[in-house]
Design a protein around this ligand. Structure first.
Ligand code: PHB
Length: 396
């Protein structure tokens, strides 16, 4: 027998987008159920990106979703663009009056899971969603199997797909429409976590003749670094010495502080936008709706911008019966999504080398980097996009 339950908003996916949406809805007096196929342990330990835009931090703090970001996170007032053997700092506050925060995504998730559980949120983990039925009606249903293998059905006023790039909700929203927009890149990132003190106070994005590298941080004792690699690279195939050689070669002129590498992974690059973000009473947010390559650090921030918009739209719909903000959701969200797609693509193509790059391509890239760093307008554009455009609420 299939258990049939009711809620106001059924959220598929307990990542940053799904959990933050349930948090904001609860603050607006709207009940939700959050379903995820992963365990709490998996959710809280998935290593993802680490940069939060100023607006994301303000939102997390103001809504009580995370206060640890201010104590355990680190404010970064700039980044360094490294090319031609030299670093060029882009100073965010003097250009745009904002900063970013280094606070890893799994820490955001720990804060959100703790906040939701202590508020009594109905959080169904290790439950698999198979599909969403009746998205075009006022009674959409989420159909799946719970942690014990029993079938369930959740009937809701609204269903949200916050379930990542392999979304089970997406087809109910995009049904019948073709035209996924995507681009694959001929490279990936080899990422490491190592036990060492920081090599730099701020992030270094490096374009070198041997390819891209990013020197990031995690804490006083753990660092995160990446270098461009072939997408087919086996993360176990390189020795620690080879990894350090690759990294050192790509940021010539800096000294990297080395230490034992305790995690390695290969991140594939993909840009994607779903052809639709909403159909009837179902909508997509975050990676279910779009993915960006990690170079611009936009992934989680873009997911949160979607959530801010959808939350306002759901409050108007479910508390006031006003469909207009929901009708505007896709159009409003998509504008920011394409700006972020462009920025992520731009940072990616400006900093990486492609396997077929000629000397012309390489010199043109250096010309592009020089145009950015030598122009206040260029630096300001980068700072504006990196620290994040203001959130829209879709109201007024
Ligand atoms: C990270 O620290 O993991 C990180 C930082 C900046 C990026 C991507 C990843 O652009």
């Amino acid at each position: 027998m299939t258990r049939v339950e009711r809620t106001r908003v059924a959220i598929v996916g307990a990542g940053p987008a799904g959990l933050l949406l349930s948090h904001l809805l609860a603050a607006s007096g709207i009940e939700s159920v959050v379903v995820d196929r992963r365990s709490r342990e998996e959710i809280e330990n998935t290593i993802r990106a680490g940069i939060l835009e100023q607006g994301t931090v303000d939102l997390l703090v103001e809504t009580g979703a995370s206060t640890r970001v201010l104590t355990d996170g680190n404010r970064h007032d700039g980044i360094e663009l490294w090319f031609d053997g030299e670093g060029h700092r882009i100073d965010f506050p003097s250009l745009v009056g904002r900063s970013v925060w280094l606070y890893p995504q799994h820490e955001v998730l720990r804060d959100l899971v703790a906040a939701r559980l202590s508020a009594g949120q109905d959080l169904r983990l290790e439950a698999t969603v198979e599909r969403v039925d009746d998205a075009a009606t006022t009674r959409p249903r989420v159909i799946g199997t719970d942690a014990e293998g029993r079938p369930f059905e959740i009937e809701a006023d609204f269903v949200v797909g916050a379930d990542g790039s392999r979304s089970a909700v997406r087809s109910a929203v995009t049904e019948g429409t073709r035209g996924d927009l995507f681009r694959e890149y001929p490279f990936a990132w080899f990422g490491i976590l190592c036990e060492a003190p920081p090599s730099s106070d701020e992030l270094i994005y490096s374009n070198s003749p041997d390819g891209f590298a990013l020197i990031s941080q995690r804490s006083a004792t753990v660092q995160r670094m990446y270098f461009q690699c072939d997408p087919e690279t086996d993360p176990e195939a390189l020795s620690e010495a080879q990894i350090w050689d690759e990294l050192r070669m790509r940021v010539p002129g800096t000294t990297l502080t080395e230490g034992p590498i305790f995690q390695r992974d290969v991140l594939r690059f993909r840009s994607f936008v779903a052809p639709h973000l909403r159909r009837g009473r179902a909508a997509l947010v975050g990676d279910a709706a779009h993915t960006v390559p990690p170079t611009g650090a936009k992934g989680m921030n873009l997911a949160i911008a979607d959530v801010v918009l959808l939350h306002r739209a759901l409050v108007e719909l479910l508390r006031g019966g006003d469909e207009r903000p929901l009708d505007a959701y896709e159009e409003t969200a998509i504008r920011r999504i394409w700006k972020a797609q462009h920025f992520s693509w731009w940072m990616t193509t400006m900093l990486h080398s492609t396997p077929d790059a000629t000397e012309f391509d390489r010199r043109r890239q250096l010309g592009e980097l020089r145009s950015v760093i030598e122009s206040e307008a260029g630096r300001t554009y980068l700072a504006e996009a990196y620290t994040g455009w203001p959130f829209e609420t879709g109201l007024g």
